[in-house]
Write a protein of this length. Sequence first.
Length: 338
Amino acid sequence: MIDDITQATEEALKAIQTASDLAELDRAAAEMLGKRGALGVLKSSLSKVADIDERKNLGRALNDAMSAVNEALATHRANLVTEERLRRVEAERLDLTEFPSAPSRGHLHLVTQAWQHLEDVFVGLGFTVAEGPEVETDWYNFEALNMGEGHPARGEFDTLFVGHDAAEKPGDSGLLLRTHTSPVQIRTMLESEPPIYIVAPGRVFRRDTPDATHMPVFHQIEGLVVDRGITMAHLAGTIEAFTHAFFGPGFTSRLRPSYFPFTEPSAEFDIRRPDGSWLELGGCGMVHPEVLRAGGVDPEEWSGFAFGFGIDRMAVMRHSVSDIRDMYSNDIRFIEQF
Ligand code: DAH
């Protein structure tokens, strides 16, 4: 009989192992452990064994067999439950991040990147950002900036005029595409009381033929400070602080005497790169009393400084682009490099 128990146990364990799902396992368990199952039949035949010791031994063997079978059942059941859950999770999976082919990510234009970086740096220095229209009047673009009609400095700006008719009405001045961001100085002074600390980035236009260093449409950032007791030292200090913040600690700046009709004295500012080379960046100076007056500011009470430089040049420099036109070609092979 002991052999019968061993055989029944082995068969039961095999049936458990081969059950491939929970339903099959339940069926096998009922068959094996029920009264009519092999082990059940053996159990009920136990009472027919006459010898007490033998019955005891057989009873113990049967009990061991039952608990082995029960243990195997529990283990295999747990495995099947886990497997089933995994199968369901896999079948119901909905991956929203998966595309047939992942779309490539673009980035901001080089000039936009430089523009935003410049704004960040000046806002960090306490400036606010101002704006002006791209179509300007002659008065804001030239006259109010101390470049009256016939002023020779007007010749330096190859101006694109629009809407000549507008100028024919008395008191009106002609419309043009602004040649620099300096008219925003006048608009800001007329719109707000000093103290003024603003930067004005924007698009400017000149009748230039495109070449490696010129575009007829480009970008400048203007700066204007008007307050009590502002001196050239404040201008130099601001340019230096900006140079460190924008280019890094290895860079310094210098001012070189120059001429602009809207500043007196005027200077050009250069930055010194870590390798010792100098690079011209833009113009600056103390706001001319006539310009303050045009902006409705009393030059006896207030003084100020202004500066302006090209954003495109900064972008070109930063990325060592040899031809400014490449930035506007929309050639993906160029754009992808940044
Ligand atoms: N507006 C000048 C230009 O486009 C640049 C400039 C020079 C701006 C001196 C200024 C300044 O504010 O003070 O060439």
